[in-house]
Design a protein. Structure first.
Length: 99
């Protein structure tokens, strides 16, 4: 099924970034360091605060009939993924839009 990937950052950090507040995405910043060992984040443990958030989202999605298949880290620091369970195309589309 489709994968929903997103970044989780503290609210104070978000509010301090006019690009995120006004555009909903990063417009300023720096390039990642060379030879970044991205697999360390991908296979690492989910931070406790983020795990709590993902579990809450998982529970809320179940309440509206959208079971989630996975939740885990992604390659970039602070990047995570959740995926609704794959099913027939129209139901999958609905679940991903709802999420």
């Amino acid at each position: 099924g489709w994968e929903q990937e997103f970044f989780v950052i503290p609210a104070a950090d978000y509010k301090a970034r006019p690009d995120l507040v006004n555009c909903g995405r990063t417009l300023i910043g720096v390039l990642p360091t060379r030879n970044q060992q991205a697999d360390l984040n991908y296979f690492g443990p989910i931070p406790v605060r983020v795990e709590k958030l993902l579990k809450t989202v998982h529970i809320e999605m179940m309440k509206v009939g959208c079971p989630m298949a996975v939740r885990h880290n992604e390659v970039a620091p602070g990047q995570h993924e959740m995926s609704p369970i794959f099913c027939v195309s129209n139901a999958s589309a609905d679940s991903n839009v709802l999420f």
